[in-house]
Write a protein that binds this ligand. Sequence first.
Ligand SMILES: NC(=O)c1ccc[n+]([C@@H]2O[C@H](COP(=O)([O-])OP(=O)(O)OC[C@H]3O[C@@H](n4cnc5c(N)ncnc54)[C@H](O)[C@@H]3O)[C@@H](O)[C@H]2O)c1
Length: 319
Amino acid sequence: MKYLITGGAGFIGSHLAEKLLGSGHDVNIIDDLSTGSLENISGIRNSKKFHCTINSIMNPDVMEDLVAKTDYVVHLAAAVGVKYVIDNPLLALETNINGTGLVLSICNKFKKPVFIASTSEVYGKNDKDALKEDDDRLLGSTHISRWGYAASKAVDEFLGLAYFREKKLDVTIGRFFNIVGPRQSARYGMVIPRMVKQALLGNPITVYGDGKQKRCFTYIDDALEGVVGLMNSETAPGEIFNIGNTAEVTIEELAGRIKKLANSRSKIVYVPYEKAYEKGFEDMKRRKPDLGKIKKFTGYHPKHGLNDILTKTIEYFEA
Ligand SMILES: NC(=O)c1ccc[n+]([C@@H]2O[C@H](COP(=O)([O-])OP(=O)(O)OC[C@H]3O[C@@H](n4cnc5c(N)ncnc54)[C@H](O)[C@@H]3O)[C@@H](O)[C@H]2O)c1
């Protein structure tokens, strides 16, 4: 098969490219290197089955050329990360809404199946025990940039489902829940790489808010099992799936575990949200996925626990 990965020089995209190449497939990627890097793909750049286009998904001529010669499109390119989205609200909305609209229209023109990356952020502040794909979304005010990311990804989902229903295009949507692992950048507001770096440098490990907010973290290899399972499923198109892990941890507990596993002397300090992000910033208390649907469709079963994830991430940053 020939795959096109948008955002293929990013964290998830570069791992997926490696996995698909390892299974004998051809992989094309397109990336504008806004948050991705050539370093992420240094291990695969010389592969004969790998091709890289440094350009934007917003360029229709380039995208048409790439989509026309592919069998399956994995659309990961997006403005990502709470901090990045708050610092670049317009770019985030344009990339995530117009970019995905363009990708879908070109996939439809050439009738190529597509996987669209969405996010657990679409659930917003709904903090029920285990979030199901058809649960309500509870977003805050439009004055708060953070919700712009959630809203833009929700529009992507609406667009994807509309293409499936009206144009019979095979569109599968995955909502990622805090995917982590090697190559994830600490720069754009991702909590584990940031805390690991702080711990290894002996700098204060910063916990935003009161640290009582809970999250579930998913190792990249587990997430990719989910993505590949969905891409191979004949019944997944037209559906939305949570891709995550159900083990919850509070952010202050996370900081403690990172400090211990990294043998760090760093202090753990609490920083108010307003100082870390922007005035009026809102966060969700918890965000735990119900994985029943993806399990039913693909047999998905995440294997990596939190200590394993943290140890691997610490080893990566140490190296
Ligand atoms: N990592 C997570 O925990 C997580 C959680 C929820 C959703 N997601 C989604 O998964 C996808 C991949 O995220 P990631 O964590 O790998 O982030 P990432 O920032 O590493 O990857 C995104 C990639 O898209 C590229 N990109 C951005 N705008 C582009 C454009 N206009 N043209 C071409 N390339 C462009 C970036 O350079 C980057 O390489 C995103 O759609 C994101 O919203 C990720």
